[in-house]
Design a protein around this ligand. Structure first.
Ligand code: A3P
Length: 330
């Protein structure tokens, strides 16, 4: 399969430029999948599709802001026999986001300086590799289908995803459009990374494959213990009760929020300093308020969306979920 690229249509480019403050919102369209992503992705897209997959790889796939850092931490710990000492290393280094360097475009965040080119890192990692990605199935290595490594997929109800993504884009991508504008973009599936339902359904259809574990953020929130046990079973691991307790403690919201290996603090500090040099006082305040691990609850959409907007999301969800057997509780 040959990856193809095209410029955004003029209307969308204009809209994204107004919201993200850079030409075309800093994105191109990549196909298959109509994925919206920074042009730097061209450097690695074909390499990713053609890359070698190892049978003992463990892949964590998700759309952004679905609790993927949380899930990755669970998967990594269980897969590494609860190596809490090893877990002190930046998650980005022990379980890199495959396309991260490309996503960061011109690297105002300083991540590239901090960790290097992520595709290189993944290719040179010793086995078993723990790899995270936000790319949809279409742009992932073809060998996933033949080699069939373990894949954990996590998704989240779209209303909370949208809220979380909005805060994230403000924090990391200089989004200055309103929340309502962002909702419109989300409903049109034109936020960075593009189509949402295709992303989810690609893996929902494979949920019963023996090498796939399909999880929802809402399940993790409701009953983390049983998700840990399911995940341990999936990874062929057994845990004592004491070990389960230790994992639950490590994965609690408070502990994750205060854990510099996963809360992106080192990256955010670098970015804040860079941005504060260019910003007005009021912007600095809103920059400092949110964090990568933000609120960690189900249903935060109710604090952000008007009843009308929530109803539009519900209708949109229903349309895409009808007949699929998939549902979201929040
Ligand atoms: P909110 O913005 O709603 O708080 P991702 O890692 O895929 O970017 O997802 C980020 C979301 O996962 C954020 O959601 C973040 O707070 C939430 N999250 C991270 N760790 C968590 C935890 N231990 N418990 C609950 N939510 C968590």
């Amino acid at each position: 399969m040959q990856v193809k690229y095209r410029d955004l249509e003029a209307d969308l480019a204009k809209k994204l430029e107004a919201m993200f403050g850079v030409a075309n919102g800093g994105m191109i369209e990549v196909n298959p999948g109509q994925v919206l992503i920074p042009p730097k992705f061209k450097d690695v897209a074909q390499r990713i599709v053609d890359m070698e997959v190892h049978p003992d790889d463990v892949w964590l796939v998700s759309y952004p802001r679905t609790g993927s850092t949380w899930t990755q931490e669970m998967v990594w710990l269980l897969g590494n026999d609860l190596d809490f000492q090893g877990a002190k290393m930046l998650q980005q280094l022990r379980a890199p986001v495959l396309e991260l360097t490309a996503l960061l475009g011109n690297d105002t965040s300083g991540v590239i300086k901090l960790i290097g080119e992520t595709v290189d890192i993944v290719e040179s990692m010793p086995s078993p590799r723990f790899i995270k990605t936000h790319l949809p199935l279409e742009l992932l290595p073809k060998q996933l289908d033949t080699v069939k490594p373990k894949i954990v997929y996590v998704c989240r109800n779209p209303k909370d995803m949208c809220v979380s993504y909005y805060h994230y884009c403000r924090l990391m991508h200089d989004l200055h459009g309103s929340f309502e504008d962002f909702c419109e973009l989300f409903l049109q599936e034109k936020v960075p990374m593009g189509p949402i339902w295709n992303h989810i359904m690609g893996f929902w259809k494979r949920r019963n494959d023996p090498n796939v574990l399909f999880l929802k953020y809402e399940e993790l929130k409701k009953d983390l213990r049983s998700c840990v046990l399911r995940c341990a079973k999936f990874l062929d691991k057994t845990l004592t009760e004491k070990e389960v307790e230790a994992v639950l403690d490590h994965l609690s919201f408070e502990s994750m929020k205060n854990n510099p290996a996963v809360n992106l603090e080192p990256v955010l500090e670098y970015r804040k300093t860079a941005l504060m040099n260019q910003m007005a006082e009021d912007q600095i305040t809103c920059l400092q308020a949110p964090s990568f691990i933000r609120k960690g609850v189900n249903g935060d959409w109710a604090n952000h969306m008007s009843p009308e907007m929530a109803a539009r999301f519900d209708e949109w969800n229903e349309k895409h979920l009808e007949g699929t057997g998939l549902s979201f509780s929040a």
